[in-house]
Ligand binder design. Structure first.
Ligand code: NAD
Length: 476
């Protein structure tokens, strides 16, 4: 079920020597070898992408849309095969991998529609003059996608680029290469011209360091940590290349005293453990009104501790292992730091099992403000539950991090909701649900969570430039 791992350049699949194993995080067994792009592969990808851009930017939006929709239909038809690959390389439960395939297809379908709606406008002008505004594809895109959603993360970037008329060179995550391979196969089968989509793997810093400063690259699109996003933005500034940055988050959840406490607590515990917490919008810092704190925490801890953890291929499993081993000591250190500073570890807190990168669903309570986890995104199955005395207190704490991606609240009070819409510093605010985005809604962050938006009517803006045309009927 796991595909052969290759580079895809100029419409051809390439094998390379490889010493980098791809490992199933539930069993620690090798499932493939990652190809490593050499400098010559990068040069070939650049040349192919330049040629691809010339073809694709002149292809009509309707034709582009048709190809994207055909590829998305193939992904849907191959859902089972793709989902198995994702669970093998990432560890998430198979039903969640199946949903991810559909979500990836939906990103393509949404942007395929948007391809036909990149409207310009006409600006009123004096007699004999015409002012018009045109949106044009920006050029070659260098994109870098992470490992937490092996299919839907590359899908976001490829969809935006191809719908806009750009060509793209994507370096997908080393740990989870198969999702992007399946996407490239679908586009190959759907008739995408060679060079429009190029897929690379290898040493991330070598690939980004070489590609980003190259003249044909006009946009760097990245999803990952704020530290790497900052580094890539610095590289891009060399040529004043645009960037689209989807970076870390540290989502607050404000739980008000009027809410249904049990429902909110169960929803919080279930959503926190989804994808083993490896989601940039994962609800992490729960600020709960002191009047309902004990009841909320008791239900939350009970549900979190009951999470069925195991190999994502097994029936009934709700949470798989962490996707890679290096995250285990990071999470352990965050828990130990919080414990040393006085937090209560209500459940979990450690790695478990003989094999696999399994980490217990973890709930920390009464965590002091100076604990590292109050500032550092855990990106794992750890929730913090702290009491607050008022909405002012909750909003101040929600905003007391450098991040601003997703934020959540449970309340039906209109006056509270009104204030949170104005005052919570995030790009995506959800009330009474812990869902943060859909293909048709704009997604992205403020503050150190990055800039630019993916999805929604705004999703193609980053991939396009704005050209104003002044046409005078006579030479003036
Ligand atoms: P990381 O920043 O080292 O890596 C994240 C991704 O960036 C990986 O896929 C990696 O291949 C890529 N990357 C790393 N260095 C790069 C470089 N020089 N050039 C181009 N790409 C590069 O972090 P990690 O240890 O893999 O994951 C931990 C942190 O990453 C988390 O704390 C989280 O903040 C962040 N992360 C965020 C998302 C998201 O959806 N926003 C996804 C994955 C990881």
């Amino acid at each position: 079920m796991y595909p052969e791992l290759k580079l895809f350049i100029a419409g051809e699949w390439r094998t390379t020597a490889s010493d980098m194993p791809v490992v199933n995080p539930a069993t620690e067994q090798e499932i493939g070898r990652l190809p490593r792009a050499a400098k010559s592969d990068l040069d070939d990808a650049l040349e192919a992408a330049e040629k691809g851009f010339r073809i694709w930017s002149r292809t009509s939006p309707r034709k582009r849309s048709d190809v994207i929709l055909r590829a998305a239909a193939l992904m849907r038809a191959r859902q089972e095969e793709i989902a198995h690959s994702i669970t093998l390389e990432h560890g998430k439960p198979l039903p969640q991998a199946r949903l991810e395939v559909i979500r990836g297809a939906e990103f393509f379908e949404w942007d395929a529609g948007e391809a036909m709606r990149t409207y310009g406008r006409v600006i009123p002008a004096a007699h004999g003059h015409k002012f018009s505004v045109h949106h044009q594809p920006i050029g070659v895109v260098a994109a870098f996608s992470p490992w937490n959603f092996p299919m839907s993360q590359p899908a976001r970037k490829i969809a935006g680029a191809l719908a806009s008329g750009c060509s793209i060179i994507l370096k997908a995550a080393e740990e989870t290469p198969a999702g992007a391979i399946h996407i490239a196969r679908a586009f190959e089968d759907a008739g995408l011209p060679p060079g429009v989509l190029n897929l690379l793997f290898g040493e991330p810093s070598e690939i980004s360091g070489y590609l980003i400063p190259q003249e044909p690259v006009r946009l760097v699109a990245f999803t990952g940590s704020t530290a790497i996003g900052r580094h890539l933005t610095t590289l891009a500034s060399e040529n004043m290349t645009s960037v689209l940055m989807e970076l870390g988050g540290h989502a607050p959840v404000i739980v008000c005293e009027d809410t249904d406490v049990d429902m909110a607590a169960v929803s919080g515990a279930v959503r926190k453990m989804r994808n083993a917490g490896q989601v940039c919008t994962s609800p992490t810092r729960f600020f709960v009104h002191e009047r309902i704190f004990d009841d909320f925490a008791a239900t939350f801890v009970e549900r979190a501790a009951a999470t069925v953890v195991g190999n994502g291929m097994d029936d009934g499993v709700e949470m798989g292992p962490l996707a890679n081993e290096r995250r285990v000591p990071v999470l352990t250190d965050l828990v130990e730091d919080a414990r040393a500073k006085g937090a209560d570890v209500a459940t979990g807190g450690a790695r478990f099992g003989e094999t696999g990168y399994f980490f217990e669903p973890t709930v920390l309570m009464n965590v002091p403000d100076d604990a590292r986890i109050m500032q550092e995104e855990p990106f794992g199955p750890i929730a913090v539950i702290n009491p607050v005395s008022s909405l002012d207190d909750a909003i101040a704490k929600a905003n007391a991090v450098p991040y601003g991606l997703a934020g959540y609240a449970f309340t039906n009070r209109a006056d509270y909701i009104d204030r949170m819409i104005d005052e919570v510093e995030v790009g995506n605010l959800s009330i009474n649900t812990l869902e943060a985005s859909m293909p048709e809604t704009p997604f992205g962050g403020v503050k150190s969570s990055g800039y630019g938006r993916e999805g929604g009517a705004e999703g193609l803006d980053n991939y396009m430039t704005v050209k104003h045309v002044w046409h005078s009927a006579k030479i003036t």
